[in-house]
Design a protein around this ligand. Structure first.
Ligand SMILES: Cc1cc2nc3c(=O)[nH]c(=O)nc-3n(C[C@H](O)[C@H](O)[C@H](O)COP(=O)(O)O)c2cc1C
Length: 132
């Protein structure tokens, strides 16, 4: 990102304001978890509600495993777990389930948010995929 952009965002909590505008208006689902071992959801945007049928307020404190079910590929989830253990980003596809049980292909990226070399949260960008 450009120096001018970083300078502007660092002043007056610009970074948080920008994050809010981006996440709340994103066409893609945005899900943020804490960095605890369970990975509890601390934020879900409106696009997440539309995609999954879950109210964002109802998923706070739960884990994204609520989206998984019998068709979810364990290998993809194991790959995600390994990436997270090494503090690395992940990208993949797996069958997930909406609140009403409808299966769909979730295509998603998970990225660590690092502050002072410590992962403080994980952010996922998610959308419905067409092929698996
Ligand atoms: C930010 C974030 C978003 C996630 N989103 C999804 C998701 O959309 N679908 C999914 O099946 N798993 C998702 N997961 C993975 C699960 O939360 C969990 O990390 C994964 O199942 C591995 O843990 P386990 O081995 O204890 O099940 C996400 C994880 C993180 C950290």
């Amino acid at each position: 990102m450009s120096d001018r952009f970083e300078k502007l965002m660092n002043g007056a909590d610009g970074g948080l304001a920008l994050l809010q505008v981006l996440a709340e208006n994103s066409f893609d689902s945005v899900l943020i978890t804490d960095a605890s071992a369970e990975g509890k959801i601390i934020y879900a945007n409106e696009a997440f509600e539309k995609l999954t049928g879950h109210d964002s307020s109802s998923v706070i404190g739960k884990t994204p495993r609520i989206l998984q079910g019998p068709g979810t590929d364990d290998k993809v989830i194991a790959r995600l777990s390994n990436a997270m253990k090494s503090g690395e980003k992940f990208e993949g596809k797996a069958i997930n389930y909406k609140k009403d049980g409808t299966p769909f292909i979730m295509y998603w990226r998970v990225l660590p948010i690092e502050v002072a070399k410590k992962v403080i949260a994980w952010v996922a960008i998610q959308r419905e995929g067409s092929v698996i």
